[in-house]
Design a protein around this ligand. Structure first.
Ligand code: SF4
Length: 142
C-alpha cells in the first residue's frame, strides 16, 4: 500500500519552514525534480504521525523514543553543527550536500568528499556543539 499523503496543514507548514531555514542557513533547494518535495512531504507526514518534524530519511526502531532526543528533529544537529543535510533538502547550488565542516570519518564526507559551503557567513548556529555531537554519535549511533 502506498504511504498516505500528509495533511495540507503540515505540508504547508513544512514548506514554510524549509524555505525560511534555507534562507537563514545560506543553502539552496536541489535542482533535481522531486527531491525537495519528497523530503518536505516526509517531514509533514512525521508531523502528522508524531507531532514533530523527525528527519524522514532515516530508519528509527521507535519514533516516539527517538523524539526524546533533539538529534534528528529538522533542522537536525548535523545540519545546525556542520551544515550537512543527508536528505539533500538543504544543499549547495548544484544540489550537493555541504560536507566541508564534517569530521573526516563522517559517512557524508566519505561518500561525497569535500564539498564547500557556498555561503560560509550563514548557518551553523550550533557549531560549538560539534564535540558533544561526536560523543553522542559513538554512544548512541545515530
Ligand atoms: S538531514 Fe537534517 S536538515 Fe536534512 S531533512 Fe533531515 S533532519 Fe532536516
Amino acid at each position: 500500500m502506498p504511504p498516505k499523503n500528509p495533511s495540507e496543514k503540515n505540508l504547508e507548514r513544512m514548506w514554510k519552514f524549509a524555505e525560511k531555514y534555507a534562507g537563514k542557513s545560506g543553502t539552496y533547494f536541489s535542482p533535481v525534480d522531486g527531491v525537495t518535495e519528497s523530503v518536505v512531504k516526509g517531514l509533514a507526514a512525521n508531523m502528522d504521525d508524531i507531532g514533530r518534524p523527525l528527519c524522514p530519511c532515516r530508519f528509527y526502531p521507535d519514533k516516539q523514543e527517538e523524539i526524546k532526543y533533539r538529534t534528528w528533529i529538522c533542522a537536525c544537529e548535523d545540519m545546525k553543527i556542520y551544515k550537512y543535510c543527508h536528505c539533500l533538502l538543504f544543499t549547495d547550488e548544484n544540489g550537493m550536500p555541504i560536507t566541508e565542516y564534517l569530521p573526516e570519518d563522517h559517512e557524508g564526507r566519505q561518500a561525497y568528499g569535500e564539498i564547500k559551503d557556498p555561503q560560509p557567513d550563514k548557518g551553523r548556529e550550533s557549531a560549538h556543539k560539534a564535540e558533544q555531537r561526536e560523543i553522542e554519535r559513538k554512544e548512541r549511533p545515530s
